[in-house]
Design a protein around this ligand. Structure first.
Ligand code: ADP
Ligand code: MG
Length: 609
């Protein structure tokens, strides 16, 4: 068997391992669990706690808990002046101008602390893969100097890894997209993470990458978005509670946390509700934020990143026209407006198909695979691995683009309302293979507003799903009578591994029969409700055209249908509905009843008013 060389993205906030499996490169993680390992470690009586488990210690034991250790790697005391102020753990001077971190009376080098993170990454990978991992390619920022690279190598060695190669993060990202196969040209890699931003201009010639310029700000990123948003939330709360002191650490932490989750929600919906509760201060606040409001809050920060992009171009003596490919890296590039900004600046669509959280580790894994003598014979996603669609009445999943469709692709379907005078329609977007949305994965949502009040069934909402060659899904909804329109952009396959996709498909086979019955039940029950409504509406007509005994049979059959619609057998319900259908045929044939009863048969998205 060929030896395995894994790829490791040793990040400031998060770390991740990946490798090339039989069907391609993938992050190493457990099904259903986030494969990302926070780069946080805490010293406890029982030893080191590393990763997710260490996160709570940031609050409960701040002087025993280390994060952002990457900022200290290979730097000397003077160079770290700014970080020393920000970081809550104790940083001390060591020999040869280097630094150590003092925790519980003991001193550790940044290499030793990074090694604990790498040990955790190695251990997790081995547990998941079931074999031991010896070799790795580790990534570092392009601006790391020799001392910082050497420190990273040493950390790997301390962790028991043979560091086969250190490669630049932007280079790894370019490799993930197969850009090492290009003969020559310039590539821009835009990396916006949690606390750092950098943009690199790479030049490729003959499969060799050269970093020609790198520019950025090591203290700019998603945290700043959280801060800007948190301040806005705080101001809103302060207005309602002018007396409250909101400057203590609990309040600050609350605003930061709510801001971050709100920010993430707004990457897949056009607006989001939020609740702020600080019970100790009797503060209960709720509000709503739109994407447009969020975008205006972060606009200045984004402009700052574009200034760096321009500087990187100038330093490389090239213009945007010379840049042939753009790659996005880092969690914050999941924000649609970040993507749009970069696209507008470079006047070219960036590569985004690979999860920006994973792209560096995946590139490192491919590099490791190639170094181990592996071949590059895997393809990037070019079909849609899971069906895409929206939620319809009663929680059913209405697929619009089917699994295995080749991208780019587009499909539309017409939906209508279920409730009279409904002025908005909720569009909830899902992916999956099951019949009910509760068994599928939610991708995003928005409301189509401003529909003039009409009878149920009259509005015609055309929902269009478009997936471009880059894997970006645009969902738009157009109400045809009022021309109201809304749309959203999402990337459906971020955050899902190939294993999870396989699992989802497998589950759908296993549940196919049950799901089918359950879906039919919901659909039949909806029809029953509509038909009952229709019958009541036209009962006056019924009384003029039907004999009393015909009327009575309808009433009787209605109660039978009602009983069956409370049961669990879709086919039995259908049989009773058919009998009711026969009995009401004379009524449906009366011209006016006919129109309504048939209009009521159309599927409709989940209701809202
Ligand atoms: P780093 O390179 O600093 O380790 P990451 O690339 O891990 O950072 O990115 C972390 C940042 O990405 C955090 O600020 C987080 O809030 C942000 N983030 C993650 N997912 C989303 C999302 N869906 N929308 C917006 N921001 C996100
Ligand atoms: Mg990063």
């Amino acid at each position: 068997m060929k030896e395995t060389i894994i790829g490791i993205d040793l990040g400031t906030t998060n770390s991740l391992a990946a490798m090339v499996f039989e069907d391609g490169p993938e992050a190493i993680g457990r099904v259903g669990e986030n494969p990302i390992i926070p780069s946080v470690l805490s010293k406890t009586k029982e030893g080191w706690i590393v990763g997710k488990g260490a996160l709570p210690y940031r609050l409960s034991a701040p002087d025993q808990t280390v994060y952002s250790i990457k900022r200290l790697m290979g730097l000397d005391f003077e160079e770290l002046e700014e970080d020393r102020k920000d970081l809550p753990f104790e940083i001390v001077k060591a020999q040869r101008q280097l630094v150590k971190v003092r925790l519980g009376g003991q001193e550790y080098t940044p290499q030793e602390l990074s090694a604990e993170i790498l040990k955790k990454v190695k251990q997790e990978a081995e547990d998941i893969l079931g074999f031991s991992v010896q070799k790795a390619v580790i990534t570092v920022p392009a601006y790391f100097d020799d001392a910082q690279r050497q420190a990273t190598r040493d950390a790997g060695k301390i962790a028991g890894l043979e560091v086969v190669r250190i490669i630049n993060e932007p280079t790894a990202a370019a490799i993930a997209y197969g850009l090492d196969e290009k003969k020559e040209g310039y590539i821009a890699v835009y990396d916006l993470g949690g606390g750092t931003f950098d943009v690199s201009i790479l030049k490729i010639s003959g499969k060799i990458f050269k970093v020609v310029a790198t520019c950025g700000n090591t203290h700019l990123g998603g945290d700043d978005f959280d801060y800007a948003l948190g301040s806005t939330l705080k101001a809103a709360v302060q207005q309602k509670y002018p007396q409250a002191d909101l400057n203590d650490s609990i309040s600050q932490q609350t605003f930061k946390q709510i801001a971050e989750s709100l920010k993430i929600e707004l990457s897949s919906s056009l607006e989001a509700d939020y609740h702020i509760e600080i019970p100790e201060k009797s503060i209960f606040f709720q509000g709503k934020l739109t994407v447009a409001e969020f975008e205006s809050l972060i606009r200045n920060i984004l402009d700052e990143t574009l200034v760096s992009c321009q500087k990187a171009l100038d330093d490389s003596h090239v213009t945007t026209q010379d840049i042939e490919e753009i790659v996005l890296v880092g969690g914050s590039t999941r924000i649609p407006c970040v993507r749009k900004c970069v696209e507008q600046f470079f006047k070219r669509t960036p590569h985004v198909a690979i999860d920006p959280y994973k792209v560096v580790a995946i590139g490192a894994a491919i590099q490791g695979h190639l170094l181990a003598g592996g071949r590059r014979d895997f393809l990037l996603l070019d079909v849609i691995p899971l069906s895409l669609g929206i939620e319809t009445l009663g929680g059913t999943f209405s697929k619009i683009i089917m699994q295995n469709t080749t991208i780019p692709t587009e499909a539309s379907e017409l939906f209508t309302t279920h409730v009279d005078q409904q002025t908005s329609i909720d569009i909830n977007i899902y992916q999956g293979e099951r019949e009910l949305v509760k068994d599928c994965r939610k991708l995003g949502q928005f409301k189509l507003r401003g529909i003039p009040p009409m009878k149920a069934g009259l509005p015609l909402a055309e929902v269009t799903l478009h997936v471009d060659a880059n894997g970006i899904l645009t969902v738009s909804a157009l109400e045809k009578r009022s021309e109201q329109k809304a749309e959203i952009e999402i990337i459906p396959f971020h955050g899902l591994t190939q294993y999870e996709i396989d699992q989802i498909v497998e589950d759908s086979f296993e549940h196919a029969l049950d799901d089918f019955n359950e879906r039919q039940l919901i659909e039949f029950r909806n029809t029953v409700e509509s038909v009952f409504k229709g019958i009541e509406q036209f009962w006056a007509t019924a009384e003029t055209i039907l004999t009393p005994s015909q009327q009575e049979s309808i009433r009787k059959q209605m109660s039978v249908v009602e009983k069956f619609s409370k049961g669990n057998d879709a086919q039995a319900l259908k049989a009773q509905m058919d009998i009711l259908g026969d009995l009401t045929r004379p009524l449906a044939d009366a011209s006016i009843g006919n129109a309504v009863l048939s209009e009521l048969q159309k599927p409709s998205p989940s209701s809202s008013s």
